[in-house]
Design a protein around this ligand. Sequence first.
Ligand code: F6P
Length: 359
Amino acid sequence: MKRIGILTGGGDAPGLNAVIRAVVKTAHNVYGCEVIGIRDGFDGFIGQEGVIPLGPEKVRGLLPRGGTILGTANRGNPYARKVIRDGREVTIDVSDEIVKGIQRLEMDALLVVGGDGTLHIGHELFAKGAPVIGVPKTIDNDIGGTEVTFGFDTALTTATEAIDKLHTTAEAHHRVMVLELMGRDAGFIALHAGVAGGADVILIPEIPFKFEAVLAKVRERVERGTFFSIIAVSEGAKPVDGGQVFSRPGDEVYTPRLSGVAQTVGEYLEKQGFETRVTVLGHLQRGGTPTAFDRWLATRYGAAAVRLAAEGKFDRMVALSDAKVMDVSLGEALAVPRRVDVRGDAVTTARGLGISFGD
Ligand code: F6P
């Protein structure tokens, strides 16, 4: 193994730089192997090539840094790239350029660090002959085949701190506070932060909710003499008789943008006579320095991905199982996305604590 490439794709997550650092150090120290960084996801292979040679000196001081030194893009699908042709916008497939780029740059492996979308692209590129290895990243924790993705713990910590802060002002003003959290179709951030922060209601995509049930919980608390409530809402939560709320529709390039469900819950409670405020935590969940857990996991994932490259084990994804780092088939990991187990111990624990899921 002489040279490997690495790219970070999709929305960023705290810990990406820790992966890059671990890859470069392991490749250099253990295998005497060169690492090339590809800029802005798969975009770095297209048009004017964006590559950065990554020696150990380039990754110094990276552990606490959020974001990614390589840049990323979540509209970077090479199978559906928008370009202007004859003055018109058209969508074209440039995936062959990626495969040619890997060959031209003489990479023995390409480490693709990303979420569902980026890993899917990697899996499809493998079918075209690209020596791809996946590293699962996302704050949403929604990738199958692994117990956890790096980035989740940091997002969870930020979300829990937000709930703690909302608690004090909610109590002071006798208000209902609704906090919208990220997660797309998986409710892990809202569930874990809701339990860790002591929310009274948690709404997640896996358990469709009834507005009346949310109201009942808020009323029950008032009747018991507690005049404030905290509601943690996952951005993908939906009422039993309605759909998810989007602030922007999707197309072949962009996925639809989820946002607004907290506002609908807040407006409903206001109409029922409860003074309510809505907070959307948004991208604060993606930014900042990774927690120790995320640095530790990201480092182990990065090192394990290099070991897979050395063994020539492609179309595999590094994963955590029983707290051990191992590898799984990329196709199998992507086949079933990870979702909250509505009968699992986390939901049962929350219910036992008196938390309502609005069902
Ligand atoms: O997948 C990670 C995520 O943070 C989702 O939770 C959220 O819906 C989405 O990315 C937002 O992405 P963007 O960067 O396009 O706003």
